[in-house]
Ligand binder design. Structure first.
Ligand code: COA
Length: 123
């Protein structure tokens, strides 16, 4: 329909050179995004989340406050990663998943799943 969407980045966020941030996305206070990462469209990186190097975070994703990801993580379209969750390096979280608050993702999570716990189990 011809609309375009702004991106909003809090001045305390630290975003490495070369990171791409899709239109309509929001980066909150104290977020860190490291080198080589891509952030999709209409995605929220919420307060004090850290996205490490070479992550690929899809469109319409919500990375909740205090989430930490290791290097080379992927998060698919439409997924919620709940408050304080940890995604270990090189893990892939599928599309339309729900990662529970406080979960530890230590292996790939397929599309359309909810996973909670430490370590996280799909349910
Ligand atoms: C995982 C989640 C999506 C599940 O929501 P839900 O489907 O409505 O689940 P329910 O609240 O009905 O809970 C179902 C069961 O899972 C358990 N559970 C829910 N969330 C859990 C979590 N994060 N860790 C461990 N167990 C959890 C509940 O205790 C309950 O257990 P029971 O069946 O033994 O009683 C949700 O609890 C959650 O963690 N959301 C993240 C919210 C968030 O961080 N939002 C960002 C705000 S900025």
């Amino acid at each position: 329909m011809g609309y375009s969407f702004a991106t909003a980045v809090h001045p305390t966020a630290v975003i490495a050179d070369g990171v791409t941030l899709g239109e309509g996305s929001m980066v909150c206070a104290r977020v860190v995004v490291n080198t080589g990462s891509t952030i999709g469209r209409h995605t929220i990186l919420n307060t004090a989340a850290t996205i490490d190097h070479h992550n690929h975070i899809g469109d319409f994703v919500h990375i909740a406050p205090g989430v930490h990801t290791g290097g080379e993580v992927q998060v698919g379209h439409g997924t919620l990663v709940g408050i304080g969750a940890i995604i270990m390096p090189q893990c892939h979280v599928g599309q339309n998943c729900r990662v529970g608050a406080g979960a530890l993702i230590h292996r790939h999570l397929a599309d359309n799943l909810t996973a909670v716990g430490l370590p996280a189990q799909p349910r």
